[in-house]
Design a protein. Structure first.
Length: 251
């Protein structure tokens, strides 16, 4: 009888740890804006996650994620000003951990580096199998994840610029809602880059499902007949020197 209780206790403990790790693994970094120290997190899972249990590491600084919105619903994302040391737009890294064991690949949940390779936590990400040694996003003003949540490495990241004087709004102020959505998607920008702002939507395989010109600050598109899944909304200026991307989920 004692042996049965011991086995049951071990089973429950292992299952709880497995569930904890997988719940946290739902959350990924999807956008980094070093100039404002803003990081956007997306919950790719099917349950709500309290992201305050996660640790953010910008070596040698680290802290739990903190902010006004910490219960991240399934399919939702939130932008929070980082509480770790200031991010360097030209050369840096950022990682999410489920505990404060920053040398552990088991504890690491997500990782990205830019400007150069070989940062302090790169080896942990390589051991985790989510990054390739020596690879990095070329230096830019900001960095955006383009994968579907299950995809890793630098191939699923891109840089974007904020420096064009004709467009002063940050990418975080280009909004899409509701997200997730089943029927319509609203797109709002605080100011137009120029007349003829190009709106494009792609599925996760890179197939373009929509292209149109955006001549007003708000636009609504009908997505009711689209397949369920993750999509990328891209806005770009007429001359192509500004490109902003956000993700949404069709359910």
């Amino acid at each position: 009888m004692v042996k049965n209780y011991t086995l049951k206790f071990l089973f429950v403990t292992i299952f709880t740890l497995f569930l904890y790790v997988n719940i946290n693994a739902q959350v990924r970094i999807v956008e980094v804006v070093p100039s404002t120290n803003e990081i956007t997190y997306h919950n790719y899972g099917s349950t709500t996650v309290d992201i305050s249990s996660l640790w953010l590491c910008n070596f040698p600084s680290y802290a739990n994620i903190s902010g006004s919105t910490l219960n991240l619903a399934a399919g939702a994302e939130v932008t929070i000003v980082s509480t770790v040391s200031s991010l360097n737009a030209a050369d840096g890294e950022i990682a999410i951990y489920n505990t404060n064991s920053f040398g552990s690949s088991t504890a690491m949940e997500d990782y990205v580096q830019w400007g150069s390779g070989g940062h302090q936590r790169e080896v942990v990400a390589v051991n985790k199998g989510i990054w390739t040694a020596g690879t990095f996003i070329p230096a830019n003003d900001g960095y955006s994840y383009t994968g579907d949540g299950a995809q890793n490495t630098v191939a699923f990241w891109t840089g974007f610029t904020l420096s064009n004087p004709d467009f002063q709004a940050k990418p975080t102020k280009f909004s899409i809602y509701p997200n997730p959505s089943s029927y319509t998607l609203n797109i709002d920008v605080p100011t137009l880059i120029d007349e003829g702002l190009k709106l494009e939507v792609f599925d996760v395989l890179g197939k373009k499902v929509l292209q149109q010109t955006l001549n007003s600050l708000s636009s609504t598109i009908n997505i009711s007949k689209w397949n369920n899944g993750l999509y990328l909304v891209r806005l770009s200026s007429k001359d192509g020197d500004i490109t902003l991307t956000k993700r949404f989920v069709k359910n």
